[in-house]
Design a protein around this ligand. Structure first.
Ligand code: HEC
Length: 457
């Protein structure tokens, strides 16, 4: 029988593999956005210093550049490969889908990245050692190459949401996959917010400046950059939201917590207030406050943004053809890819998954809970935590008292036909649905028993 070439599942029991990826990605977004934003700000500032004969401003480039060498280029270079490692085990076929479409895009990105790394060293260590015109040109090259790395990555990230052009599924083609409305909207939004992050992190550097006049001058410039960036970012966010697929809208309307829009507005408002304050009182800017603000933006801005983007992409992980649980869900003639759903419908998930332990391929009285657990691990765990914590814990949907056949029926109705828009189509045959139900009920029972015990006390 034809098997499906799924990989073994990486199971992270505490928080789920998705959150591990999310945590690394959030840190990486902070480091990388800061550096790209700073690169462009440096290019502007170097030009400004050159035109206004103010070489003392280059001191900021030198100090911020030095800070970035550790903050962005060491920590960023650890978390960047961290994303590769974690996504490759969390979602091997998602990564495979991206590589099949974008291998040369990535190759190009790495070339630009190398120029960027060499560039930041030159900018920092050649201040005052080469003539200011050459230094200004270097800063331009650094800014442009940095931004190009961002463009390439954003195109690939947008493909994860959906292919740039609808005809890609039929026609294939890297440019069809890469360029679309979502690509440009996301690029615009990230560009704006990246400047806001650059301005906040820049405060950590400038807060230590002893020369009060220089400090005030640069702190004000950063504050202005931050104010404009935050306002433009809020507008870009609206544009971005308008370029999302329908499934994303459904998840956003029904599944993001109610406080989400309010919290988002609060973060944007708080960031604006912070910049206004530093603009009015640049003298008051201290590194510690900027450091706290950086943490606030990371925890309340970047983390929810990454989690929400991951959430609204459901049920797909890439190109609207690879489901988050790694099964290929539709035909993609343009790539010569065929849906695996018919195979699963014909033979069942347990029989077709190549890494399924042999003794679980057929459900028996003795192995049904174990088989159900194997199904939950391979078909659901990528999106649902199997413990009580983490991402969308599976057991929380079945907290009341249910019988096994009720749960089995419910699962079949929700999953087999593919009519739950944010979940993959997972054709479960009767035995599989009952096995899965039996397993899910073993996870909800102890909690209930505990609740009853507490109630009795
Ligand atoms: C592609 C990711 C994904 C996979 C894989 C997945 N789900 Fe879901 N599931 C979701 C999302 C998103 C929700 C929305 C609920 C939320 O956000 O809390 C959801 C909701 C549910 C619900 C709540 C009822 C509902 O319709 O909203 C149940 C029950 C459920 N999933 C069961 C399962 C089971 C069982 C499996 C494995 C056989 C599974 N899911 C696989 C993403 C997924």
């Amino acid at each position: 029988m034809d098997m499906i070439g799924l990989y073994p599942t990486w199971f992270e029991p505490g928080i789920g593999s998705g959150w591990v990826v999310g945590l690394i990605a959030t840190a990486h977004v902070l480091f990388s956005h800061t550096s790209v934003g700073a690169a462009i700000f440096f290019a502007w500032l170097a030009n400004y210093a050159h035109r206004h004969q103010r070489p003392e401003l280059l001191e900021f480039i030198r100090r911020y550049g030095l800070f970035l060498l550790v903050f962005s280029y060491v920590l960023g270079s650890i978390t960047g490969p961290g994303i590769w490692y974690s996504t490759t085990v969390a979602s091997p076929r998602g990564i495979s889908a991206l590589i099949h479409s974008f291998v040369w895009m990535w190759a190009a990105e790495w070339v630009f990245f190398i120029i960027e790394v060499v560039g930041v060293y030159m900018l920092v260590y050649l201040v005052g050692k080469i003539d200011i015109k050459t230094h200004t040109r270097l800063s331009l090259i650094f800014g442009l190459t940095s931004y190009t790395t961002m463009l390439v990555i954003v195109g690939i990230l947008s493909f994860m949401m959906w292919p740039g052009k609808a005809e890609w599924h039929q026609a294939g083609g890297v440019l069809n996959a890469f360029y679309g409305p979502n690509t440009f909207a996301q690029l615009g939004m990230r560009t704006a917010f990246m400047f806001a992050i650059t301005a906040v992190v820049g405060g950590i550097v400038v807060g230590r400046f002893k020369d009060a006049e220089l400090k005030n001058d640069i702190a004000r410039k950063l504050a202005l950059l931050g104010i404009v960036a935050t306002l433009v970012g809020a507008a870009m966010l609206q544009w971005y939201l308008a370029t999302l697929p329908e499934s994303a809208e459904v998840v956003m309307e029904n599944r993001l917590p109610d406080y989400f829009p309010v919290a988002l507005m609060a973060v944007i408002g708080g960031t604006l207030a912070y910049f206004l304050l530093t603009w009015v009182q640049p003298r008051a800017l201290v590194s510690a406050a900027a450091g706290v603000m950086t943490v606030v933006i990371t925890v309340f801005g970047l983390w929810p943004e990454e989690v929400a983007r991951e959430s609204i992409r459901k049920p797909w992980v890439a190109g609207q053809y690879v489901y988050s649980n790694q099964v290929v869900g539709v035909d993609v003639p343009g790539m010569g890819v065929k849906s695996e759903i018919p195979k699963i419908e014909a033979h069942g998930f347990l029989k077709t998954h190549i890494f399924m332990p042999e003794h679980l391929r057929t459900v028996t009285e003795a192995n049904r809970v174990e088989a159900g657990q194997a199904l939950a691990l391979t078909a659901c765990a990528n999106c649902h935590s199997l413990s009580a914590t983490g991402m969308r814990p599976l057991r929380k949907y079945f907290a009341g008292s249910h019988t096994e056949s009720e749960v089995a029926e419910y699962l079949k109705a929700a999953l087999s036909g593919g009519n739950t828009i944010y979940m993959p189509q997972i054709p479960l045959n009767d035995e599989e649905a009952r096995a899965l139900a039996a397993y899910i009920l073993t996870t909800t029972q102890p909690a209930e028993v505990k609740a009853v015990a507490i109630a009795k006390e």
